[in-house]
Design a protein around this ligand. Sequence first.
Ligand SMILES: [Zn+2]
Length: 344
Amino acid sequence: MQQSAQDLRAMERRRFLEGLVKGSVAGMAGLAAMRPLTAFGQEMMEIRGPRMPDRPLRRITERCYYILADGPFPTAGNQGFMGNVGIVFTRKGVVIIDSGASVQIGEMVLRKIEEHTDKPVVAIINTHYHGDHWMGNHAFVNAYPDVPIYAHPECTQAIKGTQGEFWKGLLNRSTDNAIAGTIITPPNEDAEHGQEFDFGDCTLRLHHYGTAHTPTDITVEVVEDHVTYIGDVAMANRIANMDDGSYLGTFETMDKLEANTDTISWVPGHGAFGPDVMKRNRELFEGIYESVKKYYDQGLMDYEMKDKVIADPRVAKYRQWYGFESTIGRYISIAYLEVEKNIW
Ligand SMILES: [Zn+2]
């Protein structure tokens, strides 16, 4: 059983990674509906992927909730629901932290919110430009055309630039077009470090400490609840993607979040919330970075040190995390380049 679950995970991961490079158009089998609409005086076909099945709201505190994603990577089976959606029910209305990877996921979140409150969605915050954190914006703008969507200004630029189309294509290919119908809807308000929002019964405070998971990470502290939504600065049960990130920057961001917030519950973009999410992720990343530095100093190349780095107990402990086996070599290489950059 264990083996077959691993095989399935490896297959899903491979399919996602192939999507990063292939650019092929997958079959249209997953499409549920086609309906005509008129735009610019022309008949067009709007093609929609299937409805996203409802997922439960998970309670962190009286105000803070999230909907846990259905797996770590996008597949046809999970229709792209690979990233958690954070929800804060305030006196003034509902705040969304990361909106999911599709219009269908956003619509599901709206249905779940309506079961809980009559209040409107009053703000959305996108923690960074990876598509599973903002593609659901489309559904919220459909429901609330004037809703402010906050992000780091460089995140918004990235989405309006190459990241928007890149993620739309990647998610379409890796889900057999389950996200079809999703329109790229970039953020429309700048977020900055130290910004605070008063929602009547609670304060949301934004934090940004330079490059961690990406150069544009915004984390959201719900001050009175001692809850911080950290996007992908740390993950649980999945190794975080470091392609756009920095190990040293991640440690600095983690240090400052620990020092400048009074957090009991860390809510990651992937995996379950808890008190140890940052601590565990930090242990893994320190194990990788410090081992790489040790073997770099001994004159080893990145490909020569892989087995030794994985044998470090701080790293070996997390070998069962999703994506570990298929990406650890790449993340060792990224650490190697960062060590080299900081030597000189
Ligand atoms: Zn990410």
